[in-house]
Write a protein that binds this ligand. Structure first.
Ligand SMILES: Cc1cc2nc3c(=O)[nH]c(=O)nc-3n(C[C@H](O)[C@H](O)[C@H](O)COP(=O)(O)OP(=O)(O)OC[C@H]3O[C@@H](n4cnc5c(N)ncnc54)[C@H](O)[C@@H]3O)c2cc1C
Length: 452
């Protein structure tokens, strides 16, 4: 590429990625009076499964940013979760966890088909003051060692764009992260396969139905227009056909029949589930937002809500630094990175603990699994606090550490059951492991507090 021939443009903010994280950040920064250019390659070749269920704090955030309107409903309302704990025995009752159990609160989330959500948000944000988008283009290089300049490539050629702030909102496999020289840890957990069926087959319409079983987690929820998304986890090295067969054996019969019928006619959509932890989320005039800044197992359905929170935190962090009409981007980004890092730690830890407990592959995990359900069945306050953590209404690692301890205390309630099953030594071993883990959580919480 001959740099002399590249056109040059200057903007306040350049955002690579026009999905949830990029659009939310654009809307948030437009509220600060900054001009924003979004670069989005456009619909990817072949659709993939991605986030559709949005918790109430995510919906509130999208409304606050002017990207959604509660009076103009889109998708399908979600009142909470209906969890089927099949690995506790076939007769275990479904556990209902509503968002709105706390006194006087009736919040609800939404589930919207991912492509539709993405299209609507991108369309809407382009009407905001100072926001424009180049569709059919992508950022292909970051030049310099910081501050960076972005090179944007499209069918018309290459263009160099200078920006006071460049955001990488290009998803979990972010190339922007690599271009900025930010390394990351990756763990691939599993794959996900999904189909659509009529939403009348759902056991609990208006809830995210979650089926737990030894081959992973399966989800079923309405996405609007009478349709429902059904997703199955396929663990690493597992045979997808066998996994789906096992998942279906835990479904109510009508839903199972509808999915089986669909699978004979259609090829399921697929996606991979990763945990990604970048070494940092900021470097010079560059910052990562959304999944590029880190993602975890989709079990907690918190990716979109986290992306919206990133945008709000970035806006508020920059706003705090405004003096004489000028923003101090360096100080603003540092504050953004600190706050988002804390939120992400809580979100990731919760997803990992729930995943291990729900898969229940060791006696300690099975004990934790039973403690969680015992806690939820016996404590309204436990359900309220758990849903606050799950929905990111509460992202404090202290709350997570406290809740973990309260859950683990249920081992004593479960003791007679484990004695009856002649598994006292497994119980003792599990109790030891869970209390050690709980101590580690308290330690992490205190370290966070000292750092803050
Ligand atoms: C199977 C599955 C189920 C999930 N379920 C849920 C759920 O129920 N609820 C939930 O909240 N979250 C869920 N998630 C997570 C959720 O999908 C993500 O957190 C969310 O989509 C993140 O949005 P994003 O904008 O950060 O990234 P993405 O949605 O991945 O968007 C990245 C964008 O960047 C663009 N791009 C890529 N490269 C470039 C480039 N070089 N230059 C410019 N643009 C570029 C892409 O075209 C794309 O539009 C799920 C994830 C998976 C895999």
């Amino acid at each position: 590429m001959n740099s002399e021939t590249i056109d040059r443009e200057v903007v306040d903010v350049l955002i690579a990625g026009g999905s949830v994280a990029g659009v939310a950040a654009a809307a948030a920064l437009s509220q600060l009076g900054l001009n924003v250019l979004i670069i989005e390659p456009g619909p990817a070749h072949g659709r993939r499964l991605a986030g559709e269920l949005i918790h109430p704090p995510g919906i509130d955030g999208l409304c606050e940013l002017g990207l959604l309107d509660r009076d103009l409903p889109l998708g399908s309302e979600v009142k909470g979760f209906a969890i089927f704990p099949s690995n506790l025995g076939a007769d275990a009752e479904c556990m209902i966890l509503p968002y709105g159990e706390a006194e006087g609160k009736q919040p609800s989330g939404l589930a919207i088909e991912h492509t539709l959500l993405k299209e609507r948000l991108l369309e809407r944000v382009q009407q905001f003051p100072g926001v424009s988008a180049k569709i059919g283009a992508r950022v292909t290089a970051l030049e310099g060692d910081g501050p960076f300049t972005a090179v944007v490539s499209s069918a018309e050629g290459d263009e160099r764009i200078e920006a006071r702030l460049i955001l990488g909102a290009d998803g979990p496999m972010s190339q922007m992260r690599k271009m900025a020289g930010i390394s990351h840890e990756t763990q691939r957990y599993s794959g996900m396969m999904g189909v659509e069926v009529d939403d009348s087959y759902l056991p609990h319409h208006g809830y995210g139905n979650i089926f737990l079983n030894p081959v992973g987690v399966a989800y079923a929820y309405a996405i609007g227009d009478g349709r429902a998304r059904i997703m199955f986890e396929v663990l690493r090295d597992a045979d997808p056909k066998e996994s789906i067969k096992t998942h279906l054996s835990f479904f109510p019969e009508v839903l199972r029949n509808a999915v089986e019928q669909n699978l004979t006619e259609n090829k399921p959509l697929a996606a991979a589930n990763y945990c990604i932890i970048p070494e940092t989320s900021i470097k010079s005039n560059f910052a990562l937002v959304g999944d590029a800044r880190g993602c975890c197992h989709p079990l907690t359905a918190s990716g979109i809500t986290a992306a919206v929170k990133d945008a709000l935190i970035l806006r508020d962090s920059l706003r705090e630094t405004k003096r004489d009409g000028q923003f101090d981007f360096t100080a603003g980004l540092r504050r953004f990175s600190r706050i988002c890092g804390r939120l992400q730690l809580t979100r990731r830890t919760l997803a990992e603990e729930l995943r291990e407990a729900f898969l229940a592959q060791t006696p300690a995990d099975l004990l934790l699994n039973q403690c969680i359900f015992s806690y939820w069945r016996n404590s309204k306050s436990g359900r309220v606090h758990s849903m606050a953590l799950l929905s990111m209404l509460d992202s404090s690692i202290f709350s997570l550490a406290a809740q973990y301890l309260l859950v683990v205390l249920h081992v004593f309630r479960l003791l007679p059951h484990w004695v009856k099953e002649k598994k006292l030594s497994s119980w003792l071993n599990g109790v030891f492991k869970l209390f050690i883990k709980s101590l580690e959580f308290q330690q992490t919480a205190i370290t966070q507090w000292l750092k803050a």
